[in-house]
Design a protein around this ligand. Sequence first.
Ligand code: CTP
Length: 402
Amino acid sequence: MPSPLSGSSVILGVTGSIACYKAADLASKLTQEGAHVDVILTQGASNFITPLTFRSLTHRPVVGDLFDPQSELAVEHVALAQRADIIIVAPATAHVLAKLAHGMADDALTATILASSAPLAVAPAMDGHMYTNPATQENLSKLRERGVTIIGPAEGYLASGLRGIGRLVEVPQIVESLCAILGRRGDLAGKSVVVSAGGTAEPIDPVRVITNRSSGKMGYAVAQAARDRGARVTMVTAPTSLPDPVGVETVHVGTALEMRDAIFRACEDGDVLIMAAAVADYRPVSVAEQKIKKGGERWSIELIKNPDILAEAPGRVLKVGFAAESQDLLENARTKLVAKGVALMVANDITAPDSGFAVDTNKVYLVDRERGVEELPLLSKYEVGHRILDRVVELLSASALS
Ligand code: CTP
């Protein structure tokens, strides 16, 4: 299953802020995700950026002036408003937010928004004082109460040269927010999915840990895919270098014991547990309080077994495990399927070049009790996430029927 943006009709409203240059990147990313992007530029925005930029990126006409007879929108803005699956205004100035809060319709963008019943998201970008001004805050609350999604703004460097709140959030965050909104009515709507990710880090002393090569990419992709199908997602992650996914409740942990506690808590109202984390099988028996100094030629650490989180998780939740193997892949996966009481095992050969740690693709086999083994082609980790979730949806409906 592709991203929910694929094939969707998106209206991108661009308003007069210096952050307009980022809207070009957004238009490009949305188009790359397979969305049909209709850009509406306000008069203010066209002082910063030209329609040609967006026309070149989206391969579609760009709408400017509502009253321009040359403009496609002059006659068609209601049709455009009605075929939109989602509207995003990025960057959204304080002025446009005020107009939207008051239902004004004096230009192509605000008129189209008023004529549309599609979900609306706005990504504010402005000077910090304009953002914190009570008038802007009141307008934002009004919009929020009406169900508008407010994305950001972020803190950091502002065009004024000052630092503060008011920066347009980064483009990937806007894209993810739109996926989350479009996915709301997906086949996992109403379900609670717990995902684990990353490799646990077991401390030896204040500076050293025992960990593994997991990048966390597979778990993060599963969490994003579940979110994009409407699930409420809690992701429990060991340290990674990845940003928290938008719209996913992310719990950061270090050790296997911390991961177990966080997962069991999240599973209390969970329907599904997907263990993509690489959990350390052992931890040091004791953690030195101070940095251990070098001594003789040899040094050994005594280790003790960690709990098996997947095996011990409540049987009430539908469990999915990963078997990362370097040999006897399917045999080991089948053994773990039974031993850990899981409904589905995702087996991957970590020695294959395009699979396993750090890369964005994975080649896996799905192993379950009913169907046996299904070999999937090499896919992006996000797509692998969806193929796993296709099975989860089937298994959930089968268990609801039984
Ligand atoms: N797992 C777990 N708790 C552990 C170890 C593993 O929940 N202490 C989960 C992993 O997240 C994964 C599945 O169990 O979903 C299989 O993990 P894997 O490392 O392949 O297997 P192990 O049980 O650790 O067995 P071995 O290391 O001997 O292959």
